[in-house]
Every structure is written in structure tokens, then in C-alpha cells.
Design a protein around this ligand. Structure first.
Ligand code: PEP
Length: 249
């Protein structure tokens, strides 16, 4: 039985004051959450949010991580630094990083390995663009993105990792994948990992991301291979995020 997990990706939003209010509301509701809950604030707020949630059952994640361990990489933040400020999770390969910052499969795989190596749990994002879905190459794209990581990290690394299926056309658009569409790709992802290691695939938590909100979360999380969500916009509204977490029951 896989315990569901819901992670909030705040993206580049928030102020210290807004974060404090949001986290206070999440802490208040956290004992009742039927799932693991993770928040991913911008790097600059990680330490403060981490202090705020330290006694609550809420995990802390970073939105990205540098592939390098240390050195002359101005502006970057290493996996060890993220661990040092209290992170347990790191998102790698978010579509905004892939598309806007040209992070290719090779770089994403290196980031996964860098995060994993220091003991963080990578949340590996995969997903196709609208054009790719319409061309019928969704599985080819998602398979390629997964294989790039499997090739360098191996299937055993997925014993401590999550995969988030995030169709690019559903992120921030208000247009979520249907439960059937999500389930089909999640089943494909699990099978791809199972081909290397069935036990690890069986325990691997697969999150769906892309316009998840309280109104659609339950039907998405109800799918057999959907083990929770990676939530962007709706994670900035405490009530909405709490209701999404409750839908993971
Ligand atoms: C995301 O940023 O990972 C995401 C899924 O965003 P949204 O929920 O806003 O579509």
C-alpha cells in the first residue's frame, strides 16, 4: 500500500509574511491530512519555512537543485546546501526548468543523481507538450525522460524517489488531464520501472501534476496508479491545498 503524498510547488511566489500565514494554516490542518504533505518554497525562503514546520508533519522540498556538488557556479544552490537547510525533497526536471531554462534529459538526470547522493528524495517531473500529445508520442517522450535517469541512477535509486507526471499542457492552464489520461501514463511509468525492478516499481509513488484543484483532486487521486499530486497554483491558497490533501484519503 503506497501512502499518498501531496506536494505544493509555490514556484516564484510569496513573501515572508505570506508564507508565514500559509504555513500556519497548513500546520493547523496537518494532523488530519491523510497523506504526506510537502511544501516547496523558493530557495530563499527554505530555511525560514523549514523552521516554521519543524515540529509539524510537513516535509520541505526545493524546486530545483544544481547538478554540481560545489564550486564556481554563481547563483546556483547545491544538493548538500539544500540538505543543510533542512530539505528532504528536491524537484528535478520541472517542465518550466526544461522549457524555459533549457534543462535537457542529461542535465535533469545529473540533478536527480546529485540530489539522491546527499540523501534527498528527488521528485522527478516528466511530461509531454500539447504538440507531442497530439502527435501521439506521449509514451515515447515520457519513456525517454525516464530512461535518461534510469541510465545513470539505475532503478534502485527509485526506492527513494518520486515521479510526477505533469503534462505540460495542463500546468497552470486550468485544463487538467482526465483521470483516464493520467492513469494511462502513470501505468506506463510504473511498467517502465517494473521492467527493471518490479518491487521498486510497486512501491514507487507517482504524483499527478497539472491544474489540480479541490474540485478535481479526488477523481484524479482515485486512480490506481495515482499516488498523490504535485500542485502549483492551488498550493498557494491554504484552504484549497488542505482540501486537495484531504482528497488523497
Ligand atoms: C506545477 O507547477 O508543478 C503545477 C502542476 O502547476 P499547476 O498546479 O498550477 O498546474
Amino acid at each position: 500500500m503506497r501512502r499518498p503524498l501531496v506536494a505544493g510547488n509555490w514556484k516564484m511566489h510569496g513573501t515572508r509574511a505570506e508564507n508565514t500565514r500559509l504555513v500556519e494554516a497548513l500546520i493547523e490542518a496537518s494532523d488530519e491530512a491523510p497523506c504526506d504533505v510537502v511544501v516547496c518554497p523558493p530557495h530563499v525562503y527554505l530555511w525560514e519555512v523549514g523552521r516554521q514546520i519543524k515540529d509539524a508533519p510537513i516535509g520541505l522540498g526545493a524546486q530545483t537543485v544544481c547538478a554540481e556538488a560545489q564550486g564556481a557556479f554563481t547563483g546556483e544552490v547545491s544538493a548538500a546546501m539544500l540538505k543543510d537547510v533542512g530539505c528532504q525533497f528536491a524537484i528535478v526536471g520541472h517542465s518550466e526548468r526544461r522549457l524555459l531554462y533549457r534543462e535537457d534529459d542529461t542535465l535533469v538526470a545529473r540533478k536527480f543523481v546529485a540530489a539522491h547522493a546527499v540523501g534527498l528524495t528527488p521528485i522527478l517531473c516528466v511530461g509531454e507538450t500539447l504538440e507531442e500529445r497530439e502527435r501521439g508520442v506521449t509514451e515515447e517522450v515520457v519513456g525517454r525522460q525516464l530512461d535518461a535517469v534510469l541510465a545513470v541512477a539505475g532503478a534502485t535509486a527509485f526506492a527513494r524517489a518520486l515521479v510526477a507526471y505533469e503534462p505540460v499542457w495542463a500546468i497552470g492552464t486550468g485544463k487538467n488531464a482526465t483521470p483516464d489520461q493520467a492513469q494511462a501514463v502513470h501505468a506506463f511509468i510504473r511498467a517502465r520501472i517494473a521492467a527493471r525492478d518490479a518491487t521498486i516499481a510497486d512501491g514507487l509513488r507517482l504524483l499527478y501534476g497539472g491544474s489540480v484543484k479541490a474540485a478535481n483532486a479526488a477523481e484524479l487521486f482515485d486512480q490506481p496508479d495515482v499516488d498523490g499530486g504535485l500542485v502549483g497554483g492551488a498550493s498557494l491558497k491554504a484552504d484549497e491545498f488542505v482540501r486537495i490533501c484531504a482528497a488523497a484519503a
